[in-house]
Design a protein around this ligand. Structure first.
Ligand SMILES: [Zn+2]
Length: 335
């Protein structure tokens, strides 16, 4: 994996954190280049598990965004990259966090790249059809914008009381309507193991959430993908407090693997639509979901590979003593 971690850590408004990883787009295995843009802090900033503020900048101007982009793509070989992602510290479509000029600059630059699509993430409050249409005017006709949203859980209590997302189902469905009306695919981020959930409950919550996303997308005839995020502990969050006091325990990676398997068996499932975030935004230090020392790196690599191939056998062939322990604890509860 290519990264520019050291450069990025210098808190420089001209450097976006960059990483490249496998993903599957429309059944084809490719790679994405992700540039985590340094933008001002998220205006909402109430989610109990979010650490993106740690990467926020102050007084980020259009020329900073230009430098971030140019530093990110220069000398990059795009021969095996068909997708570029622009996460920010908050919402891509909040004009006060990222100006319309900055957005338009990014899309006009992307139109020169040999990529098929670009991913941007936003709270629904800032998203309008008009903004998406304006963005699309800067792209080529054969390029699309995947609109991403942090849904996290379809359980209202988990989403709005435990995580404090401030997002109703009605608003999520409005987001899906905007995707439909602007011909944009939808990407929903789903957390694995919100606070208060056991490992078994975490599987059920994430699979139910994926099912909800697919159903909403299928009703509207739009494409949707789900990006599972096994929980990690960013600094300075409420979640960090719960983790340090021992109240919260991170999920095993087996929980994510079980979630992926069950999601792919849903009646509502759309082909080749599962992604597992493997902590490559570099927000977590070393406090992220893991298994035992014996199998961890193999399991992480298998999940990264799965993101490209979408082949379940990559995950089913994994075994370890710690998997047996996990099964004893979790499978009975799962039925
Ligand atoms: Zn193990």
């Amino acid at each position: 994996m290519i990264t520019n971690k050291e450069e990025y850590k210098m808190d420089n408004n001209n450097v976006a954190y960059k990483t490249k990883s496998a993903l599957n787009l429309g059944g084809e295995q490719t790679n994405r280049l992700m540039l985590v843009l340094r933008t001002p802090p998220c205006e909402y900033n109430q989610c109990t598990m979010c650490g993106f503020d740690n990467n926020a900048g102050k007084k980020v101007k259009l020329w900073n965004i230009k430098r971030q982009y140019q530093n990110g793509v220069s000398e990059e070989d795009f021969s095996d990259i068909r997708r570029i992602d622009f996460p920010t510290a908050g919402s891509f479509y909040n004009d006060r966090e990222l100006s319309p000029e900055s957005r338009n600059y990014l899309f006009s630059e992307v139109s020169k790249l040999p990529v098929d699509s670009v991913m941007v993430e936003t709270r629904v409050d800032y998203l309008t059809e008009e903004k998406v249409r304006e963005s699309k005017r800067y792209l080529r006709d054969d390029q699309s914008i995947e609109l991403a949203i942090g849904l996290e859980s379809s359980d209202d209590d988990i989403r709005n009381k435990v995580l404090r997302k401030g997002l109703s189902k009605k608003s999520f469905e409005r987001f899906a309507d905007i995707c439909k009306n602007t011909d944009s695919p939808l990407l929903a981020y789903i957390l694995i193991k919100s606070p208060t959930l056991s490992e078994a409950e975490a599987v059920q919550d994430a699979v139910q959430t994926a099912d909800y996303v697919y159903k909403i997308a299928n009703e509207r005839g739009i494409k949707a993908r789900v990006a599972f995020k096994p929980m990690f502990i960013p600094e300075g969050t409420e979640l960090e407090g719960q983790y340090l006091s021992g109240e919260y325990k991170l999920p095993k990676l087996w929980t994510t693997i079980e979630t992926v398997k069950r999601t792919s068996q849903l009646a509502s499932y759309q082909p080749d639509s599962i992604f597992v975030g493997m902590f490559d935004e570099d927000l977590s230090g070393d406090r992220f979901s893991s298994n035992c020392g014996g199998c961890n790196s193999e399991v992480v690599e298998a999940l990264k590979k799965f993101n490209g191939t979408q082949e379940l056998f990559e995950l089913e062939k994994l075994s370890c003593e710690c998997k047996t322990e996990w099964e004893l604890e979790v499978i009975g509860e799962l039925q």
